[in-house]
Design a protein around this ligand. Structure first.
Ligand SMILES: *Cc1c(COP(=O)(O)O)cnc(C)c1O
Length: 397
């Protein structure tokens, strides 16, 4: 064997995003024990930083030791018991995954299905909630498979009105568009480290309201998976002062170095400012859209519902979409994403997440796309695209 040396890549797909050198350096610091007093101080800082990032001062916030999907699984397995009714809005791949998990938890699942590329329709969700009492309403805030943003405040309000607990997937939204857990009065909100937080994949920050915690501790039967059972997990993460009931006890061995990385990534966001980071994502998104439109391409999602951090660009008639992705990877070390499900072959998914949301990334992507399209004999004016992107960046300075 030889040491693995990854190729240098620029990550502009649906995740992971580029990880900054300061976060990579943090990951390489010496490993210490997960019950070391120094490590426990780090855990307390991370919990407080997550409360700040989610704007969830009254929620229990911890990073689960697995990628974003673990947050989803924890939400479904902890809240749902066999026979509970769960209303799940499905407007893309991740809503579909939520519905699958809720079914595995034994719930009676009612999906509210949408065309891919559309935001969740609150009126149709309300009809499903009004039909019969539901334990949970779950939806995806930022659907990474389509690039559509849904109205989390309205949907969480509907859950409250109809006595359901809200579960909000903020894997792609957190750090890229406003996430306001207290303002939404949301119950369980989870995210991932590898999208707009720009840390490597492998952790899933989650926030649980007091209502959600009461529902979990009042379950009739035990949570069916052990690792993500919130009652057990808090014996470790609850901490010396908190809900764990005095002193941390061994539950699992925390991914120590991954948590160094998350801590550094959170610091970087607060140093920049959460609002400043959101404005940066919006600005580079508008520049990218101006550029792709000047090149003669079009966006899948209607303008008011577009996610800045995930741009679905339609593949023009007659273009081999996979060949374009292969070209930009081979010639520019640039990763962009393919369409999933019904959008397979129809769109490219261009991420502008976290450290990958810069004017440099926009210009590089437009240049590479123009070249890849030209290689297929499609006239795409990369110069016009760059000029349009630059003009938009200047306008939004
Ligand atoms: C990426 C993503 C997930 C899953 O996260 P992993 O880190 O891949 O497990 C869940 N929901 C949404 C909306 C995502 O974009």
């Amino acid at each position: 064997m030889q040491s693995f040396q990854p190729p240098r890549r620029i990550l502009m797909g649906p995740g992971p995003s580029d990880v900054s050198p300061r976060v990579l350096a943090a990951l390489a610091r010496p490993t210490i024990g997960h019950l070391d007093p120094a490590f426990q101080a780090l855990m307390e800082e991370i919990k407080a930083a997550l409360q700040r990032l989610f704007n969830a001062p009254d929620h229990a916030c911890v990073p689960l030791p697995a990628p974003g999907t673990a947050g989803m699984e924890a939400a479904m397995m902890n809240l749902l018991e066999p026979g509970d009714r769960a209303v799940i809005a499905v407007n893309g791949a991740f809503g579909g995954r939520m519905a699958d998990m809720a079914g595995r938890a034994g719930a009676a699942v009612v999906t509210v299905d949408h065309d891919w590329g559309q935001p969740v329709d609150p009126a149709r969700v309300e009809t499903a909630l009004a039909e019969a009492p539901a334990k949970v309403l779950a939806f995806v805030h930022a659907e990474t498979s389509t690039g559509a943003r849904s109205d989390a405040a309205t949907l969480c309000g509907l859950a409250r009105k109809h006595g359901a607990l809200s579960v909000v997937d903020c894997v792609t939204s957190l750090g890229g568009i406003p996430v306001d857990v207290a303002g939404w009065d949301a119950d369980v909100v989870y995210s991932g480290t590898q999208k707009c937080l720009s840390a490597p994949p492998g952790l899933s920050p989650i926030a649980l309201s007091k209502r959600a915690q009461a529902a979990i501790s009042g379950r009739k039967e035990k949570v069916r998976n052990w690792l993500l059972d919130f009652n057990l997990l808090m014996s470790y993460w609850g901490g010396p002062d908190g809900s764990g009931g005095g002193g941390r006890t061994y539950h699992h061995t925390a991914p120590i170095n991954a948590l160094y990385g998350l801590h550094e990534a959170l610091m970087a966001i607060f140093e920049e400012g959460q609002q400043a980071a959101i404005v940066r994502h919006a600005r580079v998104h508008e520049a990218l859209v101006s550029g792709v439109e000047a090149m003669g391409l079009s966006m899948l999602v209607a303008e008011p519902h577009r996610l800045p951090q995930l741009n679905t660009v339609r593949v023009p008639e007659g273009v081999d979409e996979a060949a374009v992705r292969a070209h930009v990877l081979a010639h520019w070390d640039l990763e962009i994403g393919a369409g999933l499900g019904p959008l397979k072959g129809q769109v490219w998914r261009i991420g502008l997440m976290g450290a990958s949301a810069t004017p440099w990334h926009v210009r590089l992507c437009l240049t590479a796309l123009g070249e890849a399209l030209a290689a297929q004999g499609v006239s795409a004016d990369a110069q016009a695209a760059l000029a349009a992107a630059d003009a938009k960046l200047a306008e939004l300075k």
